[in-house]
Design a protein around this ligand. Structure first.
Ligand SMILES: *Cc1c(COP(=O)(O)O)cnc(C)c1O
Length: 352
């Protein structure tokens, strides 16, 4: 049986959350002298002298509408990376608990586990980058608090089989986090609408990829109201800046424009994959549900270094287990992609 109370760290369960000035009074007033702000103003024109809304209600209301998820099921972090760290800090006892990760995958799960002194059990993906359910079942123990899944997965680009994820959700009594940073580029269905069925489910999304707002730092965690309450208790009071809140509010009105970019990027991804496939030294182009492509290529490291000399930076994954000789290539603008393809062809000519 899933029992959230038994998963929460005791110190967090007993924690009295910081009560900010904006928590204690959030109504309309003429004179605000409760937060030690600078009442004269700021060097900027906006009211950046005031602390921002600690609950980011305006953004959550817009997201609730866009995602069809009630506000109580939404948590906002300073990037998904803050959501990841808060999940460790809320649920995993340092020096005692452990989590499962399925490499090759996003590096922050491991880094955050290490920062928090939480054990890591690695269950590598299979050769076709799917979950190894038998291995997974075998490594889980009484101190396993979280299983981290990434779908579509970074750096491999594929989505995990839905039935496998459901198997994990149905059989694991800790939290199952599904990182959907790339879900907007995928034809696969998000797990967002399954929250009601799985009290142990946490879905992570971000504005950093499809929304084109990596610089603003806004990540989202969707989960049961009880899990969201825990994260709210642990987060720094003003974790989303006023500037970010204002700009994100504006951006969220542009769903149409974002959808147009997504369509364009998906088309460019598929065209780019075809070009890579036609190249003689490319050994494999992995199918991608993201805005990037994993390519297995002869002398990957040497190509990577050659491209650096041309001012082109890819992500070298050639020394990552199961990604040997692979480069991860983000789909760029039309111009970026042309520059990359031309440079790759120049390299083949030199090395033919
Ligand atoms: C890029 C990425 C993120 C985004 O993190 P932010 O902190 O929101 O920018 C999260 N998860 C995965 C798998 C990613 O690739």
């Amino acid at each position: 049986m899933f029992n959230l109370q038994s998963l929460i760290r005791d110190n967090i369960k007993n924690l009295v959350a910081y009560s900010s000035a904006r928590d204690e009074f959030s109504g309309e007033a003429k004179v605000f002298l409760d937060a030690n702000e600078n009442s004269l103003g700021s060097p900027l024109t906006k009211w950046y002298n005031r602390y921002p809304d600690p609950h980011q209600l305006a953004i959550k209301q817009k997201l609730a509408f866009i995602k069809s998820i009630p506000v109580e099921h939404i948590f906002l972090g300073n990037g998904s990376d803050e959501c990841i760290d808060l999940l460790f800090r809320s649920f995993c006892n340092p020096g005692k608990d452990n989590v499962v990760i399925c490499p090759p995958t996003y590096g922050m799960y491991q880094v955050s586990a290490n920062i928090n002194d939480v054990g890591i059990k690695k269950v590598p993906l299979t050769e076709d980058f799917q979950l190894d359910l038998i291995h997974l079942e075998n490594v889980v123990d009484a101190n396993t608090k979280i299983i981290w899944l990434c779908s579509p997965n970074n750096p491999t680009g594929n989505s995990l089989n839905r039935a496998d994820i459901e198997m994990v959700l149905n059989n694991f009594n800790g939290l199952v986090v599904i990182d959907e940073a790339y879900i907007n580029f995928s034809k696969q269905k998000s797990f967002l609408q399954e929250l009601a069925d799985y009290p142990n489910l946490v879905v992570l999304q971000t504005l950093s990829k499809a929304w084109g707002l990596a610089g603003l730092r806004l990540g989202m965690a969707f989960a049961s109201a009880a899990i969201i309450e825990v994260l709210n208790k642990v987060k720094p009071p003003y974790n989303i800046s006023q500037a970010t809140q204002e700009l994100v509010l504006k951006a969220l009105d542009e769903v149409g424009q974002v959808n147009d970019m997504i369509k364009l990027l998906v088309d460019m991804r598929d065209a780019l994959a075809d070009v890579f496939r036609s190249m003689p030294t490319v050994e494999k182009v992995y199918p991608s549900d993201g805005n990037f492509i994993l390519v297995k290529i002869k002398d990957a490291r040497k190509l990577y270094e050659f491209l650096i000399t041309k001012g082109i930076v890819l992500r070298d994954r050639s020394n990552v287990q199961l990604c040997e000789d692979c480069l991860r290539i983000t789909v760029g603008s039309e111009k970026d992609n042309t520059i990359l393809i031309d440079a790759m062809q120049a390299w083949y000519q030199i090395n033919a």
